[in-house]
Each structure stands twice: as structure tokens, then as C-alpha cells.
Write a protein that binds this ligand. Structure first.
Ligand SMILES: [Zn+2]
Ligand SMILES: [Zn+2]
Length: 274
């Protein structure tokens, strides 16, 4: 991207299903004169007894995320904050969130967080893949991150809606105008809160490969076939009708996106990405 400013901010969140809110903003970039967007999303899951925020959003969007969150909680408490891994777009708003919601605790793979945030060392609760939180009428389960850039990354799953939160997985970065005029970057201003099936066209394998090869550089060297087998087994155990990436539109056509993503990873591995 040639520039990034926090200008591409969707004003409001979107309720994806009962108790599940899509929050956060977009970074705005200019690609050959055309404005394109890059999601930095958070998701709020509200159960009958407890609530959890998945990823904190980017500090550039801090005030907006807090405002969206307040609105989505509608007076409820925030009980858990789950940064999927300790990078700025995923964990950067942690201090602001913990200040704002004094009863909230941080959950997930929290190793080393006490070094980043010594003032919150007593509010860290380690959760391993396979463990879950009882939110009342729904369960939030921590899953292995099959596609990730940092070792201490976890994914999550909400049992009530059947939604999987995949952090840097399934991230499509459409930061170039595609070579073919008909093949527009998939995430343009105005498309920030669209589900994948609501987009004008699903991402092509080429677009998915472009994002994959750059954001997750190691995938050039590792055959992700095993990871996808793990993902498919997880989807069988935990039925999933929505996938929420941190950096892409929410996916509601799960089967076809899995195929596109796997094909993209294969292409990157075989060295054929754009
Ligand atoms: Zn990320
Ligand atoms: Zn956007």
C-alpha cells in the first residue's frame, strides 16, 4: 500500500447474528490513484451470562472501537478480551479496553503479555486450544490457529451461531487494482460491512494468493495441505456457517471460500502468485 490513514472507518458495527457483532475499522490506502480498504476487525460475542471481544482493533481506531463496543454492549459488562495474538492490530487497544471495562480479563495464549502490560498482570487468564468459556447460552471455544504468523496465536469459535474467528487466516488484501478492468479490488469504500456473498464477486484465487504470499510470507515455503486438513476436521467438529477474519469481509459461503483459499495457498507454495 502506498499510504495508510485511519480514514476508512465504517461508522457502525454490524449485527451478524443474535449476540454477534462485527466491529472495528478499515485502514485506507491509495493504490494507483484508487482508494482501497484494509479491514482491522474485532468481533463481540454476547451470551446470556458473559461477553467476549475477539481482537482489540487498531489503536488508530481506538475511539471508534470503544464507541461501537459501548453501543453493542447496550449497558452489559465486557467480561473477556481475547487478542488472538500480540500484534498491534490485534492487541493494541488492550490498555484502553481494560481501563474502560475494569472487570474484563484477558484470555487466550497470554504468555509474555505481562511483559508488555505489567500493570495488567493480574488480569491475564491463560487459555489453551481446546479450552472453552461458558457465556451462558453459548460456549466460546479456543482453537489452534492453523494459519498464523505468530506461534502464540489462537482462533476461536462461538457455538450458538457457528462462527469461527480466524485472526490472520483467510485475509485477502486487495491493495492493488487488479490487472483486468473487470476484476476490481474486492474491498472498496462502501463494502466494509458486506458478507462475502454480498460482494459483487468473490475473491479470485489470484487475489487471495496476492494477499497470502505477502501477509504470510512463510506460506511460500510450507505446504499448507496439512493445515487445511486440520481446518476441515475442526469444521466437522464445530459446525461453522460464518468465518470472521481480522482482515477481510466476513465469510458466509464457507465451502467455496475454503476451496479458493486452499488453491491460493497452493499457488503461493508453488511460487506462482502474482
Ligand atoms: Zn493481523
Ligand atoms: Zn472498508
Amino acid at each position: 500500500m502506498s499510504s495508510q490513514v485511519p480514514g476508512g472507518l465504517p461508522a457502525t458495527g454490524r449485527v451478524l447474528a443474535e449476540g454477534v457483532h462485527w466491529l472495528g475499522g478499515c485502514l485506507s490506502a491509495s493504490a494507483e490513484g484508487q482508494e482501497v480498504h484494509y479491514h482491522v476487525s474485532s468481533y463481540l460475542v454476547v451470551g446470556s451470562e458473559a461477553s467476549i471481544l475477539v481482537d482489540t482493533g487498531d489503536p488508530a481506531h481506538r475511539d471508534a472501537v470503544l464507541r461501537q463496543l459501548d453501543h453493542a454492549l447496550g449497558g452489559r459488562r465486557l467480561d473477556y478480551v481475547f487478542p488472538t495474538h500480540p500484534e498491534i492490530p490485534h492487541a493494541g487497544n488492550l490498555p484502553a479496553l481494560l481501563d474502560r471495562y475494569p472487570s474484563a480479563v484477558v484470555v487466550g495464549d497470554v504468555r509474555d503479555y505481562s511483559l508488555h502490560f505489567p500493570e495488567f498482570a493480574d488480569r491475564l487468564q491463560a487459555k489453551a486450544a481446546g479450552e472453552s468459556l461458558d457465556l451462558g447460552n453459548r460456549e466460546f471455544r479456543f482453537l489452534p490457529a492453523y494459519i498464523r504468523d505468530l506461534e502464540n496465536t489462537l482462533w476461536g469459535h462461538d457455538s450458538a451461531v457457528g462462527m469461527m474467528f480466524v485472526s490472520d487466516g483467510f485475509s485477502y488484501i486487495h491493495d492493488i487494482p487488479a490487472p483486468d478492468e473487470d476484476d476490481e479490488p474486492v474491498h472498496l469504500p462502501g463494502q466494509c460491512r458486506l458478507l462475502s456473498s454480498e460482494m459483487p464477486a468473490p475473491p479470485s484465487v489470484e487475489q487471495a494468493a496476492y494477499g497470502t504470499g505477502r501477509a504470510l510470507y512463510w506460506t511460500k515455503f510450507v505446504d499448507v495441505g496439512t493445515a487445511f486438513q486440520g481446518i476441515e476436521e475442526t469444521l466437522e467438529t464445530y459446525p461453522t456457517r460464518l468465518i470472521g477474519p481480522a482482515h477481510g469481509n466476513v465469510i458466509d459461503d464457507v465451502d467455496s471460500m475454503l476451496k479458493t483459499s486452499l488453491a491460493a495457498h497452493r499457488r503461493v507454495y508453488e511460487g506462482q502468485e502474482l
